[in-house]
Design a protein around this ligand. Sequence first.
Ligand SMILES: *[C@@H]1O[C@H](CO)[C@@H](O)[C@H](O)[C@H]1NC(C)=O
Length: 189
Amino acid sequence: MLPGTLFTFSLLFLGAFGDALVRLASPITHDPAIAHLFSQVRSIAGIVAPADPVTLNQTRTKILSLLSTFPFPPEVTTATHPEQLYCETSWDSPAYADAASAMSQLYNRAGQECNSNFGCEGMQAWGTAEIGVCGPFGYSWDCKDVGGMAFWILAKCRRDLGVMRVGGRYLFDRWWTEYPADVRVYRRP
Ligand SMILES: *[C@@H]1O[C@H](CO)[C@@H](O)[C@H](O)[C@H]1NC(C)=O
């Protein structure tokens, strides 16, 4: 094969696999009840967190109260994915309401591409929380699916710690590489 042809072939190969949005097996992302929950969270949260501390506190309180009435589906409260799902928090981890607000923005970005850009990329922030994607091959997901994976982290932290803080990772392997990619919730840098 001529070098030029090989180069073109490589680009096609990378294009075919690198740009395709991965369809998640997760039932969470497309659960209409969760999509509805996040549309309600988003209407309270707005696009960015209020700068005024009193308003921020009131906004967080409203979001926590909304989330407290939501019946978490059994698969996120009983099923465990120890090899895939980690709640890792510290005193510095983002506030629960902030992580939920960042997720609500991702749910609203359905159809947009969230790409790890050959490393780690922040996808959405709100207040103290940021949600990012890490992967060595420019992993791409529908942003709503990234929100759905982040929701698993939130649900796991809620089960382990209550509604204080959220942080952690949801690992996701592609069949054609041994390198895992993941969605992360962490303190906004
Ligand atoms: C709001 O402020 C009060 C008083 O400082 C505090 O106890 C409460 O935890 C705050 N609520 C949130 C959601 O941060």
